[in-house]
Design a protein around this ligand. Sequence first.
Ligand code: ADP
Length: 486
Amino acid sequence: MGISKVKQRLVKQAGYINGQWCQANSANTITVYNPATGDELGQVPDMGPEETQAAIDAAHTALASWREVTPKERARLLRRWFELVLEHQEDLAHLMTLEQGKPLFETRGEVLYGASYIEWYAEEGKRAYGKTFATPSNDKRALSMSQPIGVVAAITPWNFPNAMITRKVAPALAAGCTVVLKPSEETPYSALALMALAEQAGIPAGVINMITSRQAAVVGKVLTDDSRVRKLSFTGSTRVGKLLYSQSADTVKKLSLELGGNAPFIVFDDADLDAAVAGAVISKFRNAGQTCVCANRILVQDGIYDAFVSRFKDAVEQLVVGNGFDDATTLGPVINQAAIDKIAGLVDTAQSQGAKLITGGHRHHAGALFFAPTILANVTQDMEIAQQEIFGPVAPVIRFSDDAEAIAMANDTPYGLAAYFYTEKHSRIWKVAEALEFGMVGINECILSNEIAPFGGVKESGQGREGSSLGLDDYMETKYLCMGGI
Ligand code: ADP
């Protein structure tokens, strides 16, 4: 399975600036690898500050005309982009499995999920409403209108190489903004293929520009320092998010930050055990545990603890580790060497601190970046593995006795992205949902994210929302008009 199987017009090895496919000013390149095999997939340009500046220039120039294009026409172009993404689902999924590693059934799903944001914002962009207000005196009238914020910088991660792009770029374009995108250096091909389809859809030159670069800090600084960039939308680690937040202070940019999580997955005594086990497996092991909303700590009540661990073990041992192109595979590799070393280190440390290994616990023979699906029981909240975002196929299970303890443990983290709980009790549903300090709560449900709902976190997990009408608002400014002399 190689890149040659993908339609050649989708395989781009160049940046995309002002409607042109271009190489870096230097001869430097980024080599992209298949994490399942270690094979080299190809090379894309390693662009730097000058190319980033050129991309901002192009986005700034294009803004003047793009913001004047009617929302209906912008919607038509986005709709065309959406249709092209669907037409190329198989190629996009194939490219993504090659460079990111997750199984084909997951990458096919991500292409549809990513496309759903383009479709949604094609529709939603036509619904950017203003308001009128009752005025305090009769000689005035007051109203507000929504206008595009301006040039947007978007920086995206490797764990969802398609959808993290569409859920920023689609609302930005629908709102009338133009974009400079810097995708992760680990997964540029998925991003480039999306650009190729946007070009084919007829999205005008300069409206979306893309820099491929591994000089992330340098590119990030150029983007944040430029006062023409009015908004930064970032998905990635809390560490980098905080850095970009502080770098954006000088030019007072608007920010959308989707950062790390430490999601609790709480199973109460009265839960439907089958549903809770099935939910925990999906929430923890999808994308090899590399999503920011993955269950990071599984909190289980005393009365059901042993039964849960036993059933969870049976279910986890059914997972099939392997290359994402094998039909049977349900668990692929992690992204790189640093990731697998961190996961192995957390598992070792947890065991030395008293955690009990139930299954897995070791690197997997499928390849250098594969880790066996792992369950650790008797984990306590103070262990490193319960405090850090694991980002791998390892499930720490923690015991609790009552609701107050579960809520206190769940909230005992600087993060506040997603939380989940399983219970059949009506009153508990309300009380626990209200007490959890998280931006998203799954109740007897482990998959939260879709285009119609506001995705985002509180505390150090970030700010802003993606998806829903709120996702469009985040790319618009409110202008208040006060009319006198009436
Ligand atoms: P992850 O751990 O998921 O790789 P990162 O926060 O390191 O998360 O990366 C997310 C995105 O942020 C990637 O596109 C990466 O290149 C970019 N990035 C990393 N460091 C910086 C930085 N200092 N400034 C701007 N972008 C950065």
